[in-house]
Design a protein around this ligand. Structure first.
Ligand code: CTP
Ligand code: MG
Length: 392
């Protein structure tokens, strides 16, 4: 029955993340290469039964939010939150009033690990009970603070629960409750708002991994957890050669380097970026550069090769992979690579959008042996290491 119900999600992200520290508000900090808010929104997008997802943000953070939402389909334009979480939720509820849903899930942006099971259970529980929260039993014994530095017996552990989000409600019920409680101090969750308005709040099983990122340590733990999921470490190689031809410069590693010859090729003949592109494609079994950018296609004539490398890096990201390392070796007698090596690293790191420390560029001659030794052209070898989720 409830599958026909229209369900919207409010993701509250208007806080300032004081306890998490760091330069950015916690919901905009990167976690495993994507912002926390983006990760949280992605967990709801494409879930069965979800109609719309509404972020509630601080207007001060609008540029950060725009970056977090870039390219996401199905997210409503963000609305402005308030000075407390309670006020932010209320703003979200009012923003849905034009085209009200039957059910609403209210979720903290700071909980990016919310699972499909929790979302499904939240929908079902709201449909059945009108108000419901994910709850967990406590493992530690509770004490009351008797006076500063001293404790006294606290409530029985078995008689209490800790609660998470998404909390789920019939929309009319929670909107009316929030309106009625608008004068209250900060009620830190929506179950408290529903209860203050006289409703019974049901519970369903929470998920211990659905943590709310709160402290700096939470970020360290979360980063480790995401990295542990990327257990499929792949290494692949690439190789490319271009012959010298007429010209006054070569393009290597994305840099224009003056030289007595040019390199012949359909594109800009950047052997370094071509070898790196093939290496990256190799890590995800995505063919080779000629497959993606056929030399027979006139649009790649004279093309700058950074777009080939950026495309390969994009495919790795689409496969939910992270680039751990790129390594290239240029093989030629001339021009001298040493003076350009650092700039090449920087250029490559910028193209694939990884920290500089994850890119290495080296060069060697071939002791005047072979075609490179005879100065007939330049060769490059590359290796790429990528971490992917282990899926089979
Ligand atoms: N929140 C909000 N509007 C507020 C305060 C909080 O939308 N005025 C949101 C936060 O962005 C967060 C969620 O409510 O996603 C849970 O709040 P909390 O973890 O306390 O986040 P912050 O208030 O940002 O952090 P802190 O309390 O450490 O400052
Ligand atoms: Mg707070």
């Amino acid at each position: 029955m409830h599958t026909q119900m229209r369900t919207d999600v409010i993701v509250v992200a208007a806080g300032s993340g004081q306890r998490a520290g760091g330069g950015l508000p916690k919901q905009y900090r990167l976690l495993g290469g994507a912002s926390v808010l983006r990760r949280t929104l992605l967990r709801f997008l494409g879930q069965p039964g979800i109609r719309r997802v509404l972020p509630v943000i601080s207007p001060e953070h609008a540029p950060l939010c725009a970056a977090a939402l870039a390219g996401l389909d199905g997210v409503m334009p963000p609305v402005a939150g308030g000075a407390t979480r309670q006020a932010s939720v209320r703003a979200g509820l009012e923003a849905l009033a034009q085209d009200p849903p039957d059910l609403v899930l209210i979720h903290d942006a700071a909980r990016p690990f919310v699972s499909a099971r929790l979302v499904a259970d939240a929908i079902a529980a709201a449909a059945a009970h009108g108000a419901a929260v994910p709850a967990l039993a406590l493992v530690d014994t509770l004490k009351a603070v008797a006076e500063p530095g001293f404790l006294a017996s606290g409530p029985d552990r078995d008689g209490v629960r800790s609660v998470q989000t998404p909390q789920s409600f019939r929309y009319d019920l929670i909107r009316a409750a929030h309106r009625a409680q608008a004068g209250a101090n900060d009620l830190t969750d929506d179950a408290a708002v529903a209860e203050a308005a006289g409703h019974r709040v049901a519970s369903f099983a929470g998920d211990p991994t659905n943590i709310k990122l709160t402290t700096p340590e939470d970020f360290v733990t979360a980063e480790r957890r995401l990295l542990a999921e990327l257990a499929d470490v792949r290494t692949a190689t690439g190789f490319d050669v271009h012959a010298f031809g007429p010209g006054d410069h070569v393009v290597l590693g994305g840099l224009r380097i003056p030289h007595a010859f040019g390199l012949a090729g359909h594109s800009d003949a950047d052997v370094v970026l071509h070898a790196l592109t093939d290496a990256l494609l190799g890590t995800i079994g995505a063919g080779d550069i000629g497959h993606h950018f056929p030399p027979s296609d006139p649009q790649w004539k004279g093309a700058a090769s950074d777009q080939f490398l950026a495309h390969a890096a994009g495919l790795v990201r689409e496969a939910r992979g992270r680039i751990a390392h790129l390594d290239a070796t240029v093989i030629c007698e001339a021009p001298k690579i040493g003076p350009h090596r650092e700039a090449m690293r920087q250029r490559i790191a910028a193209i694939v959008d990884v920290p500089l420390a994850r890119v290495s560029v080296k060069a060697t001659t071939s002791e005047q042996l072979g075609f490179t030794g005879r100065r007939e052209g330049i060769a490059a070898m590359a290796a790429a290491t990528v971490r992917l989720p282990w899926v089979d």
